[in-house]
Design a protein around this ligand. Sequence first.
Ligand code: KG4
Ligand code: ZN
Length: 338
Amino acid sequence: MNNSDKIYILGIESSCDDTAAAVLCEDVILSNIVATQEVHKKYGGVVPEIASRAHQQNIVPVVHQALAEAGVDKSQLKAVAFTRGPGLMGSLLVGTSFAKSLAMGLAIPLIEVNHMQGHLLAHFITESGYEKPAFPFLGLTISGGHTQIVLVRDYFDMQVIGKTLDDAVGEAFDKCGKMMGLPYPAGPLIDKYAKEGDPTAFKFAKPKVKGLDFSFSGLKTSVLYFLEKEKAKNSNFCVENRNDLCASFQKTVVDILMDKLQKAVRQTGIREIAIGGGVSANTGIRQALTHHEGWITHIPKFEYTTDNAAMIGIVGYLKYIRKEFSDVSTAAKARYTF
Ligand code: KG4
Ligand code: ZN
């Protein structure tokens, strides 16, 4: 194949607080750049207006870096894929406008991507040693913004069969960690301290939610009341029991996720599981999944599980070969289901 026949795709992601760009040659990643907005740390969570402004500052350098690292000139691009939604409107608008302008300027197709499909289709990036899932499979998308169980019948035939009714699982990690005195984002720290703690030290309430849906607000309240009671007796309680608190909390969350996943497996008869989203980095969840007898579990490289543009680019490629292009009038969509 001549180099000019190769399908080079630029992926752009800006749905929350990560400005990301990636260049793919078909289903292979040539570069995957993410500018994480550290500015939100001091506010203890993502501030939408600040995120939008940071995207505006980051988008051009991030795209330049992605092209440079890939060794691809923009004239070689065959299409621009971008996250249309779901996400924060102000953030989505930056990536959407940029992608439209670039595609128009280069006179190449524009491809809209649903961010949640991106998390699931990231499993189809070709990486040596990585076994892609076979259809049908169950996708578990767990992050600071999402908690979903998705029945994936084919690339673009997906059905959400379970979702959170309130907080996302990453939000539960971050908010409960904050109550324990940990900085934002607390998820990775809880994971780290949990390794040194006793998961049976404390008991937290598990929600009773019907079907395959999740709820984490009850757990949050349970942690809050428990800590308030203990801190009234010993103001140093969180510091003195940090590892046990983290281990017990993490065990509760892992149990909640695994209970629903087991239920989904029973209901669908599908034993092939693919996970995505920042929380899939969690050691407890990884262990529970990989040690589960009879399941085939797919866990992609960490850089493809957190918010990134490689996953947007792979959906772009899959749509490109299907000639599914978007019109320049395609608007960003904060709430965007599939
Ligand atoms: O996918 P992501 O980078 O961004 C979105 O939220 O979309 O996920 C970030 C979330 C945060 O809530 C963070 O605390 C959580 O993922 N997280 C973890 C771990 N690493 C990241 N939660 C638990 N254990 C981890 N190791
Ligand atoms: Zn995400």
